[in-house]
Design a protein around this ligand. Structure first.
Ligand SMILES: NC(=O)c1ccc[n+]([C@@H]2O[C@H](COP(=O)([O-])OP(=O)(O)OC[C@H]3O[C@@H](n4cnc5c(N)ncnc54)[C@H](O)[C@@H]3O)[C@@H](O)[C@H]2O)c1
Length: 253
């Protein structure tokens, strides 16, 4: 018995990183998984690896209303319904606020915040029609606190938590639970931009993070599984920090 037997879950940004691990874990736990991304080769290859009976790739730019409608239609045609959503797609750019071009700010908001809104708006009615289910939004520890150099990103992730709380209130009566994961530093392509020395990064996280290391994407996937499955049946509207203790307080060392 898998924890997601009988479920059909759409995961955005599923071609790599945390979304990939969520797709893999959800499929292993019995779900049919619809993988949405703009990286067609990687997303298609992952769906093929997971198997046609278990996974389907759809091109889904989360900023596009048309892509959302097409993705939901494809999911229903392939698997009959949709009763879970993981809004995972996101982008990060580093810039001080006073140096951030308007286009960059808007691009980050468009993917991280508007993409999450469009996902909720498009998929929630389908989940309701399926008899209820779950939405897991991907915020960040910067959805709960500030961090210099990522102003647009932090603003968009704070907004994701606002969307999460309001959606939880509005959708509870339809049997839909809405929660958010708030990862700290997780080892994915996003947190490993080209040119950054891995040894220096490992040393940084050894000092910064109480648990002494960067997080793994499969650890975030395990939290998303908890929030998607029945183990979290009485939880909605909440942010869940997964950061190795980074936000627990000020470290002396
Ligand atoms: N890695 C971290 O340290 C970290 C920390 C906190 C929060 N997060 C959040 O976790 C989520 C996953 O990030 P990740 O670390 O796996 O990054 P990643 O860059 O490895 O993966 C992000 C995925 O989203 C996809 N994507 C980007 N724009 C898209 C769009 N417009 N439409 C559809 N897909 C799109 C990318 O193609 C990619 O597959 C993001 O929302 C990110 O903000 C990551």
């Amino acid at each position: 018995m898998g924890k997601l037997d009988g479920r059909v879950v759409l995961v955005t940004g599923a071609a790599r990183g945390q979304g990939e691990q969520e797709a893999r874990l959800f499929a292993a736990e019995g779900a049919k998984v619809v993988l949405g991304d703009v990286l067609d080769d990687a997303g298609g290859a992952l769906a093929k690896e997971l198997g046609e009976d278990r996974a389907a790739y759809v091109r889904l730019d989360v900023t596009s209303e048309g892509d959302w409608a097409a993705a939901v239609a494809a999911a229903k045609e392939r698997f009959g319904k949709i009763d879970g959503l993981v809004n995972n797609a996101g982008i990060l750019r580093f810039n001080e606020l006073v140096s951030t071009p308007l286009e960059e700010f808007q691009a980050i908001v468009s993917v991280n915040q508007t993409g999450c809104f469009l996902g909720i708006r498009t998929v929630a009615p389908e989940i309701a029609a399926a008899g209820g289910g779950t939405i897991v939004n991907t915020a960040s520890y910067t959805g709960l606190t500030g961090m210099a150099g990522v102003g647009a990103y932090a603003a968009s992730k704070h907004a994701v938590l606002g969307l999460t709380r309001v959606a939880a209130l509005e959708l509870a009566g339809k049997g839909i639970r809405v929660n958010a994961v708030c990862p700290g530093a997780i080892d994915t392509p996003m947190s490993n931009p080209e040119g950054v020395d891995p040894a220096a990064t490992a040393e940084l996280y050894r000092k910064l993070v109480p648990l002494g290391r960067i997080g793994r994407p499969d650890e975030v996937a395990a939290l998303a599984l908890f929030l998607t499955g029945a183990d979290s049946a009485y939880i909605t509207g909440q942010p869940f920090v997964i950061d190795g203790g980074w936000l627990a307080g000020v470290s002396l060392f």
